[in-house]
Ligand binder design. Structure first.
Ligand code: FES
Ligand code: FES
Length: 627
């Protein structure tokens, strides 16, 4: 690879180095200078995690070729404060609790620092605008904006320095503002995520992924890739013991790499471990796979019909899991109703979009223990599965949970740690795999897209007499957490309401779509969307206030849930009272409210927003909102 000699200044130190000419400034800082505070969240200029100052200007270092940085002065998050110290901005982020997973925070601190350097008295709207190029998936931004305002006021002398220190907690932490103990490493960029860790002699792994949703693998020719200089090994399913290959949280249906056939676009087919990333990528491009395409199935309802393509031979009807719940007499409940409502609800696939793409390292330690370090949300389970697949005793497999740069359930499945482990065993060297953003989106599990057919019977007073709830969810190509998601959806299906007669079915179905898995609420969100929509529609049909119909049906102490759990505590009444009061709810049926509502647009009401448009906080009509 062509080399480039570069001279520049980084964090007040002269740097003179020879580097690869193709590198971006971000790679140079991270790989050549070990300054890993700048992160790669997207590699496309969208997220801001890679932000640094170049000659005093905030720049996304993933977009800047290293050659263009020659002769410049670079400032990274590591250079903002003296070693062991924090700037007022970093202290303010610590004070307000602005960092959660922390992956976005170095970039956020750089953007916030830039905002106040450009305008030390920036108001909140300007601060928001100046931070507009930085994405956070955890905090909801409020604490970040509070931090910037706090730092601004302290720097300007409008607030004392002590405002940045921890509040006194006295003899109890309860009711006090307590700072996170892990925040200093996050606001200073010192915390190392898996992609930030470097080991001596470490190889880089890259993965060949399926372009087809459903196809037989006729042959894989790795000879050209193996012959390349710098390639240390190529992996396929032949490197995994056939008898034990297969992982999954509930059903072990997913091979470490596709075995015999691929079941979704993006499935891992082969992998290359090489001396460097570029060689690994080039070698992956040289692997030749002959596929025979198979008919695919992409709709979960169609997938259950006879004659549909079968995704896994063990499940001829493509059902991953069906959870039925029955209580009382549903037919009698509907017969006893004054009104029966029926409708369909659907929710879409959702990507977790955690800021930290998947990453990991595996190595064999001096005691022959295979060690895997990754931001896994389920390491004990992964450890047991990997030990089984490798045929090793559990004490010869170790998982280390690295800092998780956001997961939201999406890092519960072992979709790459097995490949890393096998590569490390095969090469007897540390091996690292860092996903690109595109790879993360194509290969990781998503929220289950679901369809619910809902039937609800009610008395004129709003009392629910019966519910029939039928949910079909697209589980995608592998089982992953589908079984747990279906259980939770079934348990939460009818909301916090006491229903004496109900019939609930939740079913996850295999298709050739990207696998579905765990995501915040684990199926509860899809179920609640249908139930709460139905409650509002029922309120409208019965001309009741939406709060009142919920009070009529809410569970109380002594109520039995539809899974026969008798409640010894219940607080929905207090939640409803508080929500009604704080929102200044204007009573009425949903269909008489419309434009006449007076409970929106108050001083403490958050203005609505949409992607790409900003709304004013003023009271507004629909036609006047966008500015
Ligand atoms: S903007 Fe550079 S990594 Fe996202
Ligand atoms: S704290 Fe911002 S992405 Fe997690």
């Amino acid at each position: 690879m062509p080399k480039l000699k570069i001279d520049l200044e980084v964090n007040n130190r002269k740097v003179s180095k020879e580097t690869d000419a193709h590198k971006r400034l971000l790679d140079f800082l991270r790989d050549d200078l070990n300054l890993t505070g700048a992160k790669e969240g997207c590699g496309a200029g969208e997220c801001g995690t890679c932000s640094v100052f170049v000659d005093g200007k905030l720049v996304k270092s993933c977009l800047m070729p290293v050659a263009k940085a020659a002769g410049t002065k670079i400032e990274t998050i590591e250079g903002l404060a003296d070693p062991g110290k924090l700037t007022p901005m970093q202290k303010a982020f610590h004070k307000t609790g602005a960092s959660q997973c922390g992956y976005c925070i170095p970039g956020m601190v750089m953007a916030a620092t830039s905002a106040l350097r450009e305008n030390p008295s920036a108001g909140i709207e300007e601060i928001k605008e100046r931070l507009g190029g930085n994405i956070c998936r955890c905090t909801g931004y409020t604490k970040i904006f509070e931090a910037v305002e706090l730092a601004r006021d302290v720097i300007a002398g409008d607030m004392p320095q002590e405002a940045l220190e921890e509040d006194a907690v006295g003899s109890s932490y309860i009711g006090h503002n307590v700072r996170r103990i892990d925040a200093p490493s996050k606001v200073s960029g010192r915390l190392r995520y898996a992609a930030d860790v470097k080991m001596h002699d470490m190889l880089q792994l890259q993965v060949l992924r399926s372009p087809h949703p459903h196809a037989k693998i006729i042959s894989i020719d790795t000879s050209d890739a193996e012959a390349m200089e710098g390639v240390v090994c190529v992996l396929t399913s032949d490197d995994v013991p056939v008898e034990t290959d297969g992982f999954g949280v509930f059903v072990h249906d997913q091979p470490i790499m596709a075995r015999g056939k691929v079941r979704h676009v993006g499935e891992a087919v082969a992998a290359v471990a090489a001396e460097d990333l570029v060689t690994a990528r080039r070698a992956v491009a040289k692997i030749k796979v002959v596929y025979e395409e198979l008919p695919g199935v992409f709709d979960p309802v169609e997938a259950m019909k006879s004659g549909a393509a079968v995704v896994h031979e063990y499940a001829e009807n493509n059902v991953v899991k069906h959870i039925p719940v029955r209580k009382g007499d549903v037919e009698a409940g509907f017969a006893n109703a004054d009104i029966v409502l029926e409708d369909d609800f659907s929710t879409q696939q959702v990507e977790h979009a955690y800021l930290e793409p998947e990453a990991g390292i595996a190595y064999v330690d001096p005691d022959d223990v295979i060690v895997v370090m990754s931001p896994s949300q389920n390491i004990t389970h992964h450890r047991h599965m990997l030990a089984h697949i490798l045929g090793k005793p559990i004490n010869k497999v170790r998982f280390i949970m690295s800092a998780v740069g956001g997961g939201f359930g999406g890092k519960e499945d072992m979709i790459y740690q097995g490949m890393l482990a096998i590569a490390a065993i095969k090469t007897n060297r540390p091996v690292q795999l860092n996903f690109t953003r595109e790879e993360s989106i194509i290969a990781s599990a998503k929220r289950h897209p679901s369809r619910v057919h809902y039937k609800m019977g009610l008395k004129w007073n709003g009392e629910i007499t019966a519910i029939q709830f039928d949910m079909v969810s697209d589980g995608g190509a592998y089982g992953m957490s589908s079984e747990g998601v279906m259980r939770k959806a079934a348990i939460l299906s009818c909301g916090p309401y006491e229903v004496h007669n109900l019939s609930v079915d939740t079913t996850a179905v295999y298709t050739n779509n990207t696998p579905s898995g765990a995501f915040r609420t684990f199926g509860g969100m899809q179920a609640q969307f249908a139930t709460e929509s139905m409650m509002d529609m029922a309120a409208e049909a019965l001309e009741m206030d939406p709060f009142e119909i919920r009070r009529v049906n809410m569970m109380k102490i002594g109520s039995k849930t539809h899974t026969q759990h008798e409640l010894s505590a219940a607080s929905l009444d207090r939640c409803l009272d508080a929500a009604e009061k704080e929102s200044r709810w204007e009573k009425g049926t949903p269909n008489v409210r419309g434009d006449k509502r007076s409970d929106l647009g108050g001083d403490d009401t958050r203005a609505p927003c949409t992607l790409g448009a900003r709304f004013t906080n003023d009271k507004h009509t629909d036609n006047e909102r966008v500015v």
